[in-house]
Design a protein around this ligand. Structure first.
Ligand code: GUN
Length: 299
C-alpha cells in the first residue's frame, strides 16, 4: 500500500494562517510590526529563489521584510558592518544571512556576529547552546518545521526510535537535540548517523522514523525502510533533466513506508513557515513579551 503523504504545503498554509492572526494581534496591542532583514551576498540563483520565497512568506502574514544585496566580491568587514547596523536597528527583529556565502567569506564569523536575539535561523552558538541545555529559544527552522509536520499529522515521537541521516548544524544536529528533548514532541530515542557511520541502512531498518538530511540524491532506498515506518525527506536536488528529487528514492520507498514527505511540498514550505514563526518570536522577545521560545509553533 502506498504511503500517506506528509503534506508540508498544506500544513505550512495552516501554520501561516495562525501566524497572520498572531502578527495582527501584536500590531494592534503593541504597535509593533515584526521585521525580517534578509542579507543576500552574490548572485547564486538558488539562493535568490529561497530569499524571494522567504520574503513573500513574510509579506503574506504581515511581517515586513527588507532585502540587503551585496556583490559576490564583498569583503568580510563590510558584511560584518552591515550586520552591526542591523543589530542596532530597533525596527529590525530578525536577521537572516542566506547561506552558502561566496567562497572566502567566513560563515562562522558572520553567524556569530548576529545578535542571538535576532538570529531567526537559530544557527548562533548561543541559540544552539540553549537548545542543547534544554531551554530552546530561537530554534533552526528546518528542525522546527519537521517537528510541527509530525505533530500535525498526529505522529507521536515519544519512545520512538528515530534515525537522522546527516549531522549538519542547520538540520541534523539541532533536530537530534529537539526530538530527544524531554516533553511533548520530544522523548524520542535518537540516532544521529553521518558519513562515518557503519551500515546506515541497517540502522534505518530498525527505526520507526527515518529523517534523511544527508545531502545525497536518492540515498535512502526501499530496503532501508521497515514496513510502515515514517520517512521525512529533507533533501532537494535537481537532476540532469531538470526534475527535482530528495535524499529518498520516493518511487520505491512510498511502497513500503507508512508516511512519506514529498519533494517538493514537504519539508521546504515548513522551513519558510518556521522562519516567520521565529521572526514573530524574536519580535516578542525584543519587546519583553517572552523569556524564551515558550510558544509551541503550529500547535
Ligand atoms: N541556505 C540553505 N538553507 C538555509 C537556511 O535555513 N538559512 C539560511 N540562512 N541559509 C540557508
Amino acid at each position: 500500500m502506498a504511503a500517506q503523504t506528509l503534506d508540508g504545503k498544506a500544513t505550512a498554509e495552516a501554520v501561516r494562517r495562525d501566524l497572520a492572526a498572531e502578527v495582527s494581534t501584536l500590531r494592534e496591542q503593541y504597535e509593533v510590526q515584526p521585521c525580517l532583514a534578509a542579507v543576500l551576498v552574490g548572485d547564486d540563483p538558488a539562493s535568490q529563489v529561497y530569499v524571494r520565497n522567504k520574503r513573500q512568506g513574510c509579506e503574506a502574514v504581515g511581517i515586513r521584510s527588507v532585502l540587503h544585496r551585496l556583490p559576490a566580491a564583498t569583503e568580510l568587514p563590510r558584511l560584518l558592518d552591515l550586520i552591526d547596523r542591523l543589530n542596532e536597528d530597533r525596527s529590525v527583529h530578525g536577521i537572516l544571512v542566506q547561506l552558502p556565502l561566496p567562497r572566502g567569506l567566513d560563515e562562522a564569523a558572520v553567524i556569530e556576529r548576529i545578535d542571538p536575539i535576532k538570529d531567526v535561523d537559530g544557527f548562533h552558538p548561543v541559540n544552539l547552546g540553549l537548545l542543547a541545555a534544554g531551554r530552546p529559544r530561537l530554534v533552526a527552522c528546518t528542525p522546527l518545521g519537521i517537528r510541527v509536520l509530525l505533530r500535525r499529522a498526529g505522529i507521536e515521537t515519544r519512545g520512538r526510535r528515530i534515525v537522522i541521516l546527516g549531522r549538519s548544524i542547520t538540520v541534523g544536529r539541532p533536530l537530534a537535540l529537539l526530538l530527544s528533548q524531554k516533553g511533548p514532541d520530544g522523548d524520542a530515542t535518537v540516532t544521529l548517523a553521518h558519513t562515518a557511520t557503519v551500515d546506515p541502512a541497517a540502522l534505518c531498518r530498525e527505526a520507526d522514523v527515518v529523517i534523511a538530511a544527508a545531502g545525497q540524491p536518492e540515498l535512502v532506498r526501499c530496503d532501508w525502510i521497515r514496513p510502515g515506518a515514517v520517512v521525512v525527506d529533507v533533501g532537494i536536488h535537481r537532476r540532469g533533466d531538470g526534475s527535482l528529487c530528495g535524499d529518498v528514492h520516493a518511487p520505491s520507498v512510498s511502497q513500503v513506508a507508512g508516511w512519506l514527505s514529498p519533494v517538493p511540498g514537504g519539508v521546504g514550505p515548513m522551513t519558510v513557515a518556521m522562519l516567520l514563526h521565529n521572526t514573530l518570536q524574536a519580535a516578542r522577545l525584543q519587546i519583553g513579551l517572552l523569556q524564551g521560545n515558550e510558544s509551541r509553533p503550529g500547535s
